[in-house]
Design a binder for this molecule. Structure first.
Ligand SMILES: [Zn+2]
Ligand SMILES: [Zn+2]
Length: 250
C-alpha cells in the first residue's frame, strides 16, 4: 500500500515550495536588496520613499510635473503635440534612473513586468483611455542586440492586466540618431519621419493608448501619435512610467 504519511522534513520542504510560489522573493529594482513589499512593483519601501510620484501639479497636455499651478508646461505652450494627453506615474530623476536601467539593460524581461503592473494600477485612477494599447518601437537592429524592447514588454503586461487588446502598430526606421545624445530642439527635428505605421487597419477609428517607459521631451510619443493620427486613429493618449521634469524641486 502507498504510504501517504510525510516526514517532518518532507512536509517542511513542500510548505516552503508553496510559500515561495505564493510569495516570491524578488530583489528591489533600485537597490538590489530583498524586497519587503508585495504590491508587485519590486521597489522596496526605503527606495519607494525616495521616488517622487507626479502629484496634482502637472501639465494638462504632456503630464510633466510643473512647479506652481499652471495648466501647461513651457514646452506645451509653444509646440504642437499630436497626442491628446500624456500621463506618467513618477518624476524621472536620479533615484528613478536605476529602475529604467535595469529594465533596459538586464537580460531578464521580469523588471518590465513590475513596470507594467505599476502602469496598470495607475491607469485605473488616471484620465487617459484606450480601446487598444500599443508601444513605442525601437529599430529592429537595436532590438536584436538587446533581445527585447522594454516598452513592448511593459505594454504586454499592461494589456494582460487591464484586458485592453494590444496591437503592434508602429515600426521605427534604422537611421535615426539616438535621441539621448541630443538637446531639446535637436530631438524635435531628429525624430520627424522616423516612425511608420505597420497596418492602418489596426488603428483606424480607434482610441489608441500609447505606452513608453520614460518621456523626456515628449517628441518621440508625439511623433508616434502623429503617425497613428495620420493613419486614421480617432485619438491617441499616452502613458509612461516616468517623465523628466523641468526644474523639479522637492
Ligand atoms: Zn530598494
Ligand atoms: Zn507639457
Amino acid at each position: 500500500m502507498y504510504n501517504i504519511v510525510m516526514t517532518k522534513d518532507e512536509l517542511k520542504n513542500k510548505l516552503n515550495k508553496i510559500t515561495d510560489f505564493m510569495f516570491p522573493v524578488h530583489s528591489c529594482l533600485c537597490c538590489g536588496s530583498e524586497c519587503d513589499t508585495f504590491d508587485g512593483y519590486r521597489i522596496c519601501s526605503r527606495c519607494m520613499a525616495k521616488l517622487h510620484k507626479i502629484g496634482n501639479n502637472f501639465c494638462q497636455k504632456c503630464g510633466t510635473h510643473i512647479k506652481g499651478n499652471y495648466p501647461l508646461c513651457i514646452h506645451c505652450k509653444d509646440i504642437e503635440r499630436h497626442f491628446n494627453k500624456a500621463r506618467s506615474v513618477f518624476v524621472y530623476d536620479e533615484n528613478f534612473a536605476p529602475i529604467i536601467l535595469k529594465t533596459k539593460l538586464g537580460k531578464a524581461k521580469t523588471p518590465a513586468l513590475a513596470l507594467g503592473k505599476m502602469l496598470a494600477d495607475f491607469f485605473k485612477t488616471s484620465d487617459v483611455m484606450g480601446e487598444v494599447v500599443t508601444f513605442v518601437p525601437m529599430p529592429l537592429s537595436r532590438q536584436k542586440e538587446r533581445g527585447f524592447n522594454q516598452a513592448e514588454e511593459i505594454c504586454k503586461e499592461f494589456s494582460r492586466l487591464t484586458e485592453i487588446p494590444m496591437i503592434d502598430a508602429l515600426e521605427k526606421k534604422e537611421t535615426a540618431t539616438k535621441q539621448a545624445k541630443l538637446n531639446f530642439d535637436e530631438r524635435q527635428l531628429n525624430i520627424i519621419d522616423t516612425f511608420k505605421i505597420k497596418d492602418k487597419n489596426l488603428v483606424k477609428g480607434k482610441h489608441v493608448l500609447l505606452i513608453d517607459d520614460v518621456i523626456t521631451t515628449g517628441a518621440t510619443v508625439s511623433e508616434c501619435a502623429k503617425v497613428m493620427m495620420k493613419a486614421g486613429a480617432k485619438q491617441v493618449d499616452v502613458l509612461s512610467v516616468a517623465h523628466t521634469a523641468l526644474n523639479f524641486e522637492e
